[in-house]
Structure formats: structure tokens, C-alpha cells
Design a protein around this ligand. Structure first.
Ligand code: HAM
Length: 419
């Protein structure tokens, strides 16, 4: 039962707002998906790892349902039932709760939030590049410069099946490979492929080199696709670190081609991940539609964010029964500037002590002595006090704030309040 609060909750909220605005500006439409889904829909293509960690149960009507472990399958259901006739491409984004019975540790929880985007109806590498670009763009907006690991799961799957691995064993082999264990893959392939795999393991980043050497037309095609996406990503974000990894696979079973994950220092696990899944819509009974998407781990990204939101900077105190309206007017005049309203009548001395305890910089005292249209403000940082007309209140506090900018909650916690 993990409650999220304080700076972590603030960071999550800020991330969701910034990412939502950004994705909307790229043409993605917002959708809210349920946190519960038909078991069949999730089970169809989740892959062994996700199935093992599923919270599944029968509801009171006897239906098999599960808490959503991810939202791509629900988004596909939504697209297939509500948006299938729209002109393509169709772009959506979502934020929602996900549940996996994982072993909890830093950045890995049993309930977490995913913020994702999906693009339906284009098989173009430009669409793959767009999604990876948008994913990196979200991280950039919260001050994180990620490195992107990119691969093509089609290449790995073909390599395995063209060299003797059984289609039915693919799930388990890929699951092990996703955890860096290539032994099951090694055991499944035959002949020269064993040596080839060993070489690949030693140098999985040399996309150009492997592309030159590759003999199989279908695998060459997969590598060419990946090289083209890498080129597009370099054109779109020359400053970004894009690292190809030919043995890269992801835990979910529906990917068919391009896959990617983003990493940043400070956390070993991926901040987000995604890829192309051209068969899922058809396999779920929808219209055959190529698709690509990603989901970002909101909890993980929030751990790395260094963007405390605007802290509360002051409190407005009504000093007597007759000044409630004046306090209300001051509160309204300072709307959005970081002032909270103390709801009970308080003496000036107690007001000051409360403001100091909360590390607030300004105290606004609304009392009878100042007359009908004025209040007293006290700047605890400069140790100054003045009487201010309500009409001037906003401007005077804005100027005071500009003279001596406020500190974020982190700095305050570290250095203590200047008074
Ligand atoms: P995924 O890689 O399983 O992909 O999850 C995406 C992101 O969710 C991860 O990179 C991670 O940040 C976060 N995440 C996953 N599990 C946990 C956990 N237990 N605790 C905290 N965060 C977690 C998907 O779910 C795909 N649906 C992505 C996608 C969308 N592919 C195509 N479209």
C-alpha cells in the first residue's frame, strides 16, 4: 500500500502536466483508460513475464478480469472499437495506473503510473522515429537527457527461428535474453549460428558492421530498417545518445520490429520503453493496423526530477472577526502567487510564529487597524513591514519577490530559513 506524497507526488503531477501538453502539441489526443481489463485481452499477447505478475480475478458477475499491467492492449481495444474509422494515422496518449506483482525495490513497484502514447495506421520508420523522439522530448521537458537504447526484435526473432529455435519456445528464450541470459538462445540454435550468436554477444552495438555481414535477406531488411531509424533520430536530435543493440529484446510479446528504451544516470532500470507491434490489432480481433508506441514510468522519472514546483511563499491571516472579507479579498488578489489562506482568526504573534515554522517568507495580516482597504505585509527575509492598499498588494509582492527570489523547498531544507 504505497502512498506517494511530498516532492515525489509534486514531480509526478508536474511530469503528467508537461508531458500531456507536449504530446497534445504533437497531435496526440488524450484518453483515459480503465484500470481493469478483460483477462483474455491482456493474456493474448502479454508474454510469460507479464502473465506471471498479473493481478487476475473473477468479478461478481463471474467474468475473468485483471488489473491492467500495462495499457497498450486496452488502448488497442479502445482504438479498434471507437477510432478504427478515423483517417490514419491516429495518435493517442494516456496516463493510468498499472499493477504488476513484481518484487518491489527502488523504481519497481506493484502499483505504478504509466504515461504512454500510441500511433496507429503507419508502418513508416518515420513513425517509429517520431515516437522515440516524443519519448525523449518528454524527458527533456523535465530536465533529463536520456540515452536511447534501440534494437529490432524482428531481427532477433528471425535469427532464432531461421536457425532452429521453435516458435513455441521463443517466449521463454526472449524472456531470458531480456534479463541478459543468452544461454537458452545458444541452446536453441544450431550449427554456425552458435558461433554467430557468440560474436554478436561480444559486439552487439556495431550495426554498420553486422549490416554489411548479414546474408539473410529478411534479417538484412530488419537491420536496414533499424539503421534508417537511427539516421532519422540523429537528424531529429543530433545531441541525443542513440545506442543500437542488436541483441536487445523487450519483455512484452507483441513487438514485431523496432524497439527502444530510455535510460539516465541515477537509475539502472529503464525510464520508458516501447516499440512497433504491427500484428496486435489483428490478433485481438480488430482491423489489421500497423502500430507503434511507448510508455513512460511516471514513478521512475519522478525519482530523478530536480524540479520542485513553486513552493508556498506566504500566508494570509485574518486577525479579527471583522476582517474575514478583507482576508478573502487579499487571497483573491494574490491568486496563483503562492499564498495560502489561514482559515481561523489568529493573533499577529501566532501568525508570525506559524509563518516561521512553515519557512514562509511573507505574512499578510488582515486586521481592523489598517482600515478597510489595506493590510500589513511583513517580509520575514528582509525583516521589513509595511501597510499596503489591497489594490497595490499584488504588484508590491511581485516586486519584492523579484528583488530576492524565493528558494525551492530543497534549498530551504538544506540551509534553513534565513531568519
Ligand atoms: P514496459 O517496458 O513493460 O512497456 O513498461 C514501460 C515503463 O513502465 C518501463 O520502462 C518503466 O519505466 C515502467 N514500469 C514497468 N514496470 C514497472 C514497475 N513494476 N514499477 C515502476 N515502473 C514500472 C510497456 O508497458 C508497453 N506497454 C510500452 C508500449 C506502449 N509499447 C508500445 N506501446
Amino acid at each position: 500500500m504505497r502512498d506517494i506524497w511530498g516532492e515525489e507526488a509534486e514531480n509526478q503531477r508536474e511530469l503528467e502536466i508537461r508531458a500531456g501538453e507536449y504530446l497534445s502539441s504533437l497531435g496526440y489526443e488524450s484518453v483515459r483508460l480503465p484500470s481493469i481489463e478483460f483477462y483474455e485481452l491482456i493474456a493474448a499477447k502479454a508474454g510469460p513475464e507479464l502473465l506471471d505478475s498479473l493481478y487476475e480475478f473473477k468479478d461478481k458477475g463471474g467474468r475473468s478480469v485483471a488489473l491492467t499491467p500495462e495499457l497498450t492492449a486496452s488502448a488497442a481495444r479502445f482504438f479498434a472499437t471507437k477510432l478504427r474509422d478515423r483517417p490514419k494515422p491516429v495518435r493517442i496518449w494516456y496516463v493510468g495506473q498499472c499493477f504488476r506483482y513484481d518484487e518491489p525495490q527502488r523504481g519497481r513497484y506493484r502499483q505504478f503510473t504509466q504515461l504512454g502514447a500510441e500511433l496507429y495506421g503507419s508502418a513508416s520508420p518515420l513513425a517509429d522515429a517520431e515516437l522515440a523522439f516524443a519519448a525523449a522530448g518528454i524527458l527533456k521537458r523535465v530536465g533529463i537527457a536520456p540515452s536511447l537504447k534501440v534494437g529490432n526484435v524482428g531481427f532477433v526473432k528471425r535469427f532464432l527461428t531461421e536457425n532452429g529455435a521453435k516458435e513455441s519456445a521463443l517466449g521463454q528464450i526472449l524472456r531470458a535474453a531480456d534479463h541478459g541470459d543468452y544461454q537458452p538462445a545458444m541452446e536453441a540454435v544450431q550449427g554456425d549460428a552458435k558461433a554467430f550468436l557468440k560474436d554478436l554477444e561480444g559486439n552487439p552495438q556495431d550495426l554498420e558492421g553486422w549490416l554489411r555481414r548479414e546474408q539473410s535477406p529478411s534479417r538484412k531488411k530488419a537491420l536496414k530498417e533499424l539503421a534508417q531509424i537511427v539516421e532519422l533520430l540523429k537528424a531529429m536530435m543530433p545531441e541525443a545518445k542513440v545506442i543500437p543493440d542488436l541483441l536487445f529484446v523487450r519483455g512484452l510479446a507483441y513487438y514485431t520490429g523496432f524497439i527502444f528504451e530510455a535510460f539516465s544516470s541515477g537509475l539502472d532500470s529503464a525510464l520508458l520503453g516501447g516499440g512497433r507491434y504491427d500484428n496486435l490489432l489483428k490478433e485481438l480481433g480488430g482491423p489489421a493496423t500497423p502500430a507503434v508506441g511507448f510508455a513512460a514510468g511516471v514513478d521512475r522519472i519522478a525519482l530523478l526530477m530536480k524540479h520542485p514546483t513553486q513552493p508556498v511563499t506566504g500566508t494570509i491571516f485574518p486577525l479579527d472577526e471583522h476582517s474575514l472579507t478583507k482576508a478573502a479579498r487579499a487571497f483573491s488578489a494574490l491568486d496563483g502567487m503562492g499564498f495560502e489562506l489561514y482559515p481561523s482568526i489568529t493573533g499577529a504573534r501566532e501568525a508570525m510564529s506559524r509563518a516561521l515554522k512553515a519557512s514562509h517568507r511573507f505574512v499578510v495580516l488582515a486586521g481592523e487597524l489598517d482600515g478597510e482597504d489595506a493590510v500589513t505585509i511583513r517580509d520575514l527575509k528582509k525583516r521589513e513591514q509595511q501597510r499596503v492598499q489591497l489594490t497595490d498588494l499584488k504588484q508590491i509582492l511581485q516586486e519584492a519577490d523579484r528583488d530576492a527570489p524565493r528558494e525551492g523547498p530543497n534549498e530551504r531544507a538544506r540551509h534553513g530559513h534565513p531568519l
